[in-house]
Design a protein. Sequence first.
Length: 295
Amino acid sequence: MVQRILITGVGGFIGSHLYEGLAGAYEVACPGRSELDLLDMEAVRLFIERGQFDQVLHAATWNATAMARRDPSLAFERNLKMFFNLVRCEGAYGRLIHFGSGAEFSREHWHARLTENELGHHVPKDDYGLSKLIIARHSNCLPWALNLRLFGVFGPREDMRIRFISSNACRGLRGEPLCLRQDRRFDYLHVDDVVAAVAQVLERPELSGTFNLCRGEGTLLSDIAAMILESLGLRLPVHIEAPGEDLEYSGSNEAFRTVMQTWSPHSLQDGVFQQVRWLQENQAHRITDSPSPGP
């Protein structure tokens, strides 16, 4: 029997890719904001009860990036409200899968290969990270919930104005120097690898708790810039604004790889080449907004 899946946040980067990658194998509902207001407790209850979903993939989030169209000061309240409106429908669906963030760890204490058991050692100072921390801690108390913690995810349709790989690939396509604020090791995973992992997770309904879903290693941004230039076949300058290296931002994927032994991410270089080809084919480099020099 085909599983019924609800995906929230289908208008966003992660949600849209989940829909594209899973719709062929599952019966998927992906309501937009006009169809389901996740902040409306009663609307969520009615939608969930009518849907009879086997699993809910909660990818909706109140964005708090520099280019966010929504008020970032509301990230804490809105992220918690959306999550708990789904949680309160316990029993009306099978399992809740929430997509967490490395922001759950305090940015000031990021380091190499962060592990699941370090959650809560430090409290994030930003509202977005704090909301994600609370959601992760609560998810760990629910035997029917799973928190998949994402770190750096990239791929088609990401915000090219602020995402390091796409913004710099666009610079290169325009013949401009590549830029980064400061070199650092960053854990990047192509969104196709995220979708492949979720497809396997959906077939393991007994899984609960929190797992880092990441490549499992950090790569210097300057090395990623070199991959971009290689994929473009260009030799352009790479400007680094500040000397030295900033704190590494990477997670350990050992726990996830242990339970999902058939999942293996593609090489970062392959992912970068794939993204550059997508940007070329979609003429994305013609966007004139000034891109960010770093993540």
